[in-house]
Design a protein around this ligand. Structure first.
Ligand code: 7RM
Length: 652
């Protein structure tokens, strides 16, 4: 007999059980100096288009736009008729307006080498490299693939493309030759920028070697520019391959910025969907820069003296928006680091914070959970008093991780901005405004001014209380303009659930103060006896237990309940992972959120399967729990972990 499944009532999308009631009011001392105040919310709500036009006016334009927005769902045009080259906002204006000798980029390599670029240095390098690209036949609208480690040349390459109107497609340096090949071929890139190698955990990442493997099957590639990062072995193909430093020696110092339409493409960035083929998300010049500029200014509260550090790689959207474009458009000083957080030791990040006096720090919950596991003795060894604001992005942050971040890293004095957004949204969408918004651990709080979001049910009706689907109900400047070469897929994925409303694919709940709590991907919602639960809430309850550092919860089919829960748990260092702990954890979950959420099974594992950007891949754990053949693992950071978990699961 097939299992009897009760289905959820159609109006109620997700039940929510976890209740977090701690609140953190901004300190008066922070509020007094903050870039944002509550008035900004009012301004955004009164007239979103006018609000964004005001933000756009703070950038450099060659020609003013005639209309703020033309909205033909799902197509938006922002700052219509406006002309600009975004590098003038990121570089030229700063060297004209007193920041010529200000440090733009303070870079540290994993082996400990350091390089600092003033705004003038960066401006020079970008201009020269733009001329190099031109000399190799790159023209406006051509695609350029970038496959580099986190070195200054990565940012220089991106900005040089933008200078001449070429569309960059950055491929994360940790991706395999196959992934690189598919992305180059999809975009038909003409030129590839790579390096002889990069450093990761003391090992050389042989980028040029991997690139050679990839481009053996890339007919569109005409030239390869190779940055010399070390003394790494490589093969050169005469006529096709060129050393970056050689070309730079001969390049002219100034490159006239190509005049771009506000709606001309700026870049493509591939994001892997749940099914195989990655989607080339397209962003344009005027709207995207306006969105990242304004969110950087108000969410990170940047001041002339700040040292900003976003720990992401430029291979992800976070690195595009909050390393290359947002901070540069704000004339900020920022730190860039090449390597891993636990090399040579678990305090590398805190050493960097101390050495450079980092004041605004932006990282991912997965990193914070690692720090927690490594223990507070590592940050405690360092002077972190320069920090004044902390941020998170990438996944829901469990309240316990939030509190740890607040107490151990922020020393109880730094506001935390939990920022929700996506590759597709281009910039931060839901976030506290530091100094203005009272925060609640685990909540991304409210939409950024000028952004309108809602929680809807399947039929597009607002969910008044509890959980549903997150929806963005008005167009915003940084919204994706398409998927490269596949318009229908963009419509199907994001614009088909409801009318004229964007569907990000996340579940969320709203509380009585109209705060948003992101519950994770809707694919991760499970149905136990007719209750639709977000696995994220069960994970948060588990992480709250002192002996748990990380947890991933998935659904498996269950004869009576329809679905039951399996929890994969990483225990705190030195914990005995025995049956007693299993019993304690099951009881703990029952107490925290209710008996319905008690896991059927708890499997202890040293690590969880994660994407290369650190997101837990529950889909693969679902396959293990269901005894299925494991699905596509190409985006997995460390495939070995999966085999270990599988063996553990089958043992159990
Ligand atoms: C910036 C980035 C997007 C997905 C998104 C969510 C999840 C990101 C948060 C979050 C809860 C957050 N782009 N996500 N930020 N969930 N709270 N603050 O990560 O395209 O790589 O991923 O990440 O599921 O849809 S992304």
């Amino acid at each position: 007999m097939p299992p009897k499944k009760k289905s959820a009532p159609s109006t109620k999308a997700i039940d929510t059980l976890l209740d977090e009631s701690r609140k953190f009011k901004p300190a008066a001392s922070f509020t007094r100096q903050a870039n944002a105040s509550n008035a900004l919310y009012k301004e955004g709500a009164a007239n979103p288009v006018k609000f964004w036009e005001k933000m756009a006016k703070e950038l450099v334009w060659k020609k003013n736009w005639t209309k703020g927005l033309i909205w033909n769902p799902p197509d938006a045009k922002w700052f219509v008729g406006g002309k600009l080259n975004i590098t003038e906002s990121c570089l030229d204006r700063h060297i004209k307006e007193g920041k010529r000798n200000k440090a733009a980029l303070i870079w540290e390599g994993e082996p400990g080498d350091q390089r600092t670029f003033t705004y003038f240095d960066l401006y020079r390098q970008v201009n020269k490299f733009a001329n190099v690209l031109k000399s190799l036949g790159v023209e406006k609208g051509d695609r350029v693939a970038i496959y580099l480690p986190m070195i200054p040349e990565l940012m220089i390459s991106m900005l040089a493309c933008a200078r001449i109107g070429a569309i960059h497609s950055v491929v994360f340096g940790g991706f395999s030759p196959d992934s690189l090949r598919d992305r180059i071929n999809d975009a038909e890139a003409k030129l590839l920028i790579t390096a002889d190698g990069g450093w990761r955990r003391g090992q050389i990442v042989p980028l040029k070697h991997d690139a050679d493997v990839a481009i053996a099957d890339c007919p569109s590639i005409e030239h390869v520019v190779v940055v010399k990062r070390g003394d790494f072995l490589l093969r050169f193909k005469e006529g096709r391959d060129h050393w970056y430093h050689r070309l730079m020696q001969e390049a002219d110092a100034y490159c006239e910025p190509t005049v771009m339409d506000s709606e001309d493409p700026l870049f493509i960035l591939y994001t892997s969907g749940t099914t195989g083929k990655p989607k080339g998300i397209m962003h344009t010049c005027g709207g995207y820069l306006t969105g990242v500029y304004a969110t950087t200014k108000y969410v990170f509260d940047l001041k002339e003296d700040d040292v900003f550090w976003c720990t992401a790689d430029c291979g992800w959207i976070t690195g595009h928006s909050y390393i290359t474009y947002g901070p540069m458009a704000n004339g900020a000083t920022q730190v860039m680091y090449e390597g891993s957080p636990n090399w040579p030791d678990e305090d590398r990040f805190w050493q960097i914070v101390e050495d450079y006096g980092v004041s605004v720090f932006y990282t991912a919950p997965t990193a914070i959970r690692s720090f927690m596991q490594w223990g507070r003795e590592w940050p405690d060894k360092h002077d972190l008093s320069s920090l004044r604001l902390l941020g998170t992005v990438g996944e829901p942050i469990n309240p316990e991780a939030w509190i740890w971040y607040h107490e151990v890293i922020g020393q109880k004095k730094c506001p935390i901005v939990d920022t929700w957004w996506q590759t597709e949204t281009g910039h931060i969408m839901i976030t506290p405004l530091p100094g203005a918004t009272t925060t609640k651990p685990g909540s991304a709080t409210r939409p950024f001014p000028g952004i309108e979001a809602a929680i809807l049910d399947e039929n597009g009706k607002p969910v008044k209380k509890g959980g549903g689907y997150l929806a963005i109900t008005k167009p915003w400047p940084g919204m994706l303009r398409g998927i490269w070469g596949d318009r229908q897929r963009m419509i199907d994925t994001y614009w088909s659930k409801w009318d004229k409303t964007y569907f990000p694919g996340d579940g969320a709940k709203i509380d009585k103060d109209k705060y948003f709590w992101i519950l994770g991907r809707v694919d991760d919602v499970i149905n136990i006896s007719g209750h639709r639960l977000s696995t994220m809430e069960v994970e948060s309850a588990l992480v709250e237990h002192a002996q748990v550092t990380e947890a991933a919860v998935v659904g498996v089919s269950h004869d009576i309940k329809g679905e039951g829960l399996v929890a994969f748990v990483t225990a705190a260092r030195g914990t005995a992972t025995d049956d007693k702990l299993v019993a304690r954890l099951r009881d703990f979950v029952a107490r925290k959120i209710g008996a319905i959420a008690k896991p059927e099974k708890i499997i202890f594992t040293g690590d969880l399967p994660k994407t290369r950007s650190g997101k837990i891949m529950r889909r693969l754990l679902r396959d293990i729990a269901a005894g299925k053949i494991i699905g596509d693992t190409t985006t997995l950071a460390d495939p070995d972990i999966l085999n270990k978990i599988k063996a553990r699961y089958e043992e159990d």
